[in-house]
Design a protein around this ligand. Structure first.
Ligand code: ZN
Length: 166
């Protein structure tokens, strides 16, 4: 199961491949939303901790979430007449999709993401389950999540401040 930096890196590498193959030019905000999308699905941990929901890898790891987040970013930036609103929406959507695919590929049990949420099917690289098996992230695993949050905030800060050449 990839942690935060791996998810962000996978989103970034995917973006780099697409940009170089398609020979398109994008600005730093595209990279911000792409990498944010790469980590956003695991933000469900925060709600799990705060409210004890136990919904990790459900709504936030779905195609529906990717579409809603993509259209949400597009809509907000369009409202402010931002010229690249479509590209930003596509960026966050692509980052979320890369995250979901990575979670599916790296899971070999019934703990995979509910890709078709709200349909209760959980996808792994070698099976589809109708019941999720969770709990592998509890206890000391919480520290890995805190580490991921700090790392993600640091990386996104560097992008926003133009401290990283993308
Ligand atoms: Zn995930």
């Amino acid at each position: 199961m990839p942690f935060g930096f791996t998810h962000m890196l996978l989103a970034y590498v995917t973006g780099k491949v697409i940009v170089s193959v398609k020979k398109i030019k994008v600005d730093y905000l595209f990279w911000f939303f792409l990498i944010l999308g790469g980590i956003l699905p695991d933000g469900d941990f925060v709600l799990d901790w705060l409210f004890g929901l136990g919904l990790h890898r459900t709504y936030s790891h779905s195609l529906l979430f990717a579409l809603v987040a993509g259209f949400g970013v597009y809509y907000v930036f369009k409202k402010f007449d931002f010229k690249n609103s479509k590209v930003l929406g596509l960026g966050v959507c692509l980052g979320i999709l890369v995250h979901i695919i990575a979670d599916v590929i790296t899971t070999s049990s019934c703990g995979g993401p509910a890709v078709l949420w709200p349909v209760g099917l959980y996808f792994a690289r070698n099976m589809v389950c109708d019941t999720a098996v969770r709990g592998f992230h509890e206890g000391s695993f919480n520290w890995a999540i805190i580490d991921m949050g700090i790392g993600a905030a640091w990386f996104l800060y560097l992008i926003v401040r133009h401290k990283i050449e993308l």
